[in-house]
Design a binder for this molecule. Sequence first.
Ligand SMILES: [Zn+2]
Length: 230
Amino acid sequence: MPTPDSTDDLDVEVVRSARARRVAVRVDRVTGRVRVTLPERAAAAEADRALYRHRRWIAARLAEAAEIRAQVEARGDRLSVWGEELRLVEEPGRQRVHRRGDDLLVPPGGGPALERWLRAQARARLTPLTEQAAAALGRPLARVSIGDAKTRWGSCTAKGTITFSWRLVLAPPWVAEAIVWHEACHLVHLNHSTRFWTLLRRHEPRTDAARAWLRGSGATLVLPALAPTT
Ligand SMILES: [Zn+2]
């Protein structure tokens, strides 16, 4: 990890973007990889200047990312799925994920099969909850879809389609339930007005606690880094 006054040993990727209007620095919340986006015509040295200018902010983000990785690593082969602690067991030759008691049998490395299984779990848990919330609010729900967002846990369209990140299935159920209510209340108010928050807090008093939980721990809702197969 760099000291606040050094940007020498950073893992930096510099990209050019025709759409960028100014230099932007981003740090991945988990990997700690730094990305500098430069407008098409900016001098290359602008990237270094931006890294230097933001060095203290970058150091703080890197420390957070290291903490997230430490938390994910401490989990080892355990994965909490809708509040149940499962143990991941890699089986050579296995293609599909299969749950046996508290063991989750997965292909070596976990891979796309594990994510597919978790998406199905998310769909099975979140869909009926969303239907119930919509019914309680007396609003039609077009459909529930499952996406892969890392920080946008849910969204709702004017046509009544609600999308959740499958990663919510890795969060404590009460956190996921609070997001269900949040999106369902958007079926009534498609904005974050005072009336929206009043309605939401009446149905879901844990709203603020859930938002705080996701702010602090949302970045840990990632798959464990199982040993790659050789
Ligand atoms: Zn919202």
